[in-house]
Design a protein around this ligand. Structure first.
Ligand SMILES: *Cc1c(COP(=O)(O)O)cnc(C)c1O
Length: 429
C-alpha cells in the first residue's frame, strides 16, 4: 500500500497510524514522558541514532510521531518535527541552518510575530535579516542577498496583507542564490496549497490555526521537502561531524532526511520545543477534516467578501479570491481550490467606525486567533501588529482601519446578517 498515492482526504484519514489486529482504530494518546527497554545496548543504539525509536518525549513520542507522519504525507515531504507553537517551528526551521554572523532574507509581509522574532530576537542572537517586498522584481530581491545568506523565508498568503506568493519567482531566486526556500504555509494549509510542488524546500505551520482547526491547542510543525542539496559548502552543521553525536555527519547518514533529523535530534533536543502528546492527539484528529473545513472556510469567505464588496458601509475589501484583489491571478494559479478563510476590510469612516463594528458583532467574536471553525474578527494595528512601527505596519500590509476576519463554518446567512447589523451600528458612530 503506497500511502503517497492516496488522495488528500484518504491520506488525512489513514496516514500516520497503522493499527495491528485488535489495536485501537484511533491513534492512542501516549501520555508518557518515557519508554521501557529490556536491553541497555538497545537504548545506547537509540542514543547513537543507530536505530530510530523513542527515548524521551522531548525528542519524540508515538502520538506526536503519528501527527508528524500524517502532516508529512499531506504536504508531500520526507519528514517532520512537531513543535510547541508556530513560533517554535519558525525558530527551529531557521536556527537549524543559520547561526550568529549569518543572514536571512525574508518577505516584509510576514506575520507580525515572525517579524519581531526575526527583527528583535534573531538580531540579538547575531543573525541579521533583510526584509524585502515580495512583490518587488526578482532583481531587486536578489540584491538583498549576501555571501552569508542562508535562507529565504516567505508566506504562501501574507498575514494580514493577503498577498499570494509568486512561487515561481521565489523558487527561482532561491535556486539561483543556492539557499533553501522556507515557506510558512499556515493560511492555506496543505489542502489548498502544497509549497513543495512549487519549489519550496522547507514548510512550517502554525498548527494552532487550521490544522487544529477548533481553537483548542497551540502547536507547530516543520516539514522537510527532502529536495535541497545541503552539500554545497554552506551548511557545515549538516555535512560536517556533529560533536554532540560523536562526530556523526547528518548528510552522510540521513541523506534526504538530514535537515529534519538534525532539527529533531540536535536542535529540538537542545531547545526543548516539543509538542505535547495531547495537543498532537487533537491535531491528528483535526487533520482528518481539514479538506472539508478548508473548502467550506473558502466558500464562506468568498461569499462574505462578495457581500462586503457591495455593501454601502464598506470602504474596501481584500480577499485573494475576489477578482478585484491584486493577487487574484496568483491565487488562481496557486490556490485553485479556494483562497482560504481570512479576509480583511475597512469600514467607511475609518478606525472609529471600525471599532464600533467590532464592538457590535454578536455571532463573530473579537479574539486573537484565526483558523477557528467559529467566525472571529480582529483589529491588527492595535493587537497582532501593535509592536511594529506605523511604517513597518504598512510594509507588512496593515492599515490603521483594517479589520481582519477569520471566516468560520457557520451558515453563511447568519454570518452575513451579523455583519450587516454591526455595519448598520457602525454607520451611526
Ligand atoms: C499564528 C501564526 C504564526 C505563529 O503561530 P503560533 O502557533 O501562534 O506560535 C506564524 N505564522 C503565521 C502565518 C500565523 O498566522
Amino acid at each position: 500500500m503506497d500511502k503517497k498515492k492516496w488522495g488528500f482526504s484518504t491520506r488525512a484519514l489513514h496516514g500516520g497510524w497503522d493499527p495491528k489486529p485488535t489495536e485501537p482504530r484511533i491513534l492512542p494518546l501516549y501520555q508518557s514522558t518515557t519508554y521501557y527497554y529490556e536491553d541497555a545496548d538497545y537504548l545506547a543504539k537509540i542514543f547513537d541514532l543507530e536505530v530510530d525509536d523513542h527515548m524521551y518525549t522531548r525528542i519524540s513520542n508515538p502520538t506526536v510521531a503519528g501527527f508528524e507522519e500524517r502532516i508529512t504525507l499531506l504536504e508531500g515531504g520526507v519528514g517532520a518535527v512537531a513543535t510547541s507553537s508556530g513560533q517554535a517551528a519558525s525558530t527551529i526551521a531557521l536556527l537549524n541552518i543559520c547561526q550568529a554572523g549569518q543572514h536571512i532574507v525574508a518577505a516584509s509581509t510576514l506575520y507580525g510575530g515572525t517579524y519581531t522574532l526575526l527583527s528583535i530576537t534573531f538580531k540579538r542572537l547575531g543573525i541579521e535579516v533583510s526584509f524585502v517586498d515580495p512583490e518587488a522584481p526578482a532583481e531587486e530581491i536578489m540584491q538583498a542577498f549576501r555571501p552569508d545568506t542562508r535562507a529565504l523565508l516567505a508566506e504562501t498568503i501574507g498575514n494580514p496583507g493577503l498577498n499570494v506568493l509568486d512561487f515561481e519567482k521565489f523558487s527561482n531566486i532561491a535556486r539561483s542564490m543556492d539557499v533553501p526556500l522556507i515557506i510558512d504555509n499556515t493560511f492555506p494549509s496543505p489542502y489548498l496549497c502544497r509549497p513543495f510542488e512549487h519549489g519550496a524546500n522547507i514548510v512550517v505551520h502554525s498548527a494552532t490555526k487550521y490544522i487544529d482547526g477548533h481553537a483548542t491547542s497551540t502547536g507547530g510543525v516543520v516539514i522537510d521537502g527532502g529536495n535541497y542539496n545541503w552539500d554545497n559548502g554552506k551548511y557545515p552543521e549538516i555535512t560536517e561531524p556533529d560533536p554532540s553525536y560523536h562526530g556523526l555527519r547528518f548528510w552522510d547518514k540521513f541523506g534526504q532526511q538530514a535537515y529534519i533529523t538534525k532539527a529533531r535530534y540536535q536542535l529540538a533536543r537542545d531547545l526543548g520545543t516539543c509538542l505535547s502528546p495531547f495537543n498532537a492527539f487533537l491535531m491528528h484528529i483535526g487533520l482528518e477534516t481539514l479538506s472539508l473545513r478548508m473548502a467550506k472556510h473558502s466558500a464562506n469567505a468568498l461569499a462574505l467578501a462578495q457581500y462586503l464588496e457591495s455593501h454601502p458601509q464598506v470602504a474596501w475589501v481584500s480577499y485573494p479570491g475576489l477578482a478585484s484583489h491584486h493577487s487574484h491571478k496568483l491565487a488562481q494559479k496557486y490556490l485553485p481550490l479556494g483562497s482560504g478563510g481570512v479576509l480583511t476590510f475597512g469600514v467607511k469612516g475609518g478606525l472609529a467606525n471600525g471599532k464600533t463594528f467590532i464592538n457590535n458583532v454578536k455571532l463573530a467574536a473579537l479574539v486573537i486567533h484565526l483558523g477557528d471553525i467559529r467566525t472571529s474578527v480582529l483589529h491588527p494595528a492595535s493587537t497582532t501588529h501593535r509592536q511594529l512601527s506605523e511604517e513597518e505596519q504598512r510594509a507588512s500590509g496593515v492599515t490603521p482601519d483594517m479589520i481582519r476576519v477569520s471566516v468560520g463554518l457557520e451558515d453563511i446567512d447568519d454570518i452575513l446578517a451579523d455583519f450587516d447589523q454591526a455595519l448598520e451600528k457602525a454607520s451611526h458612530t
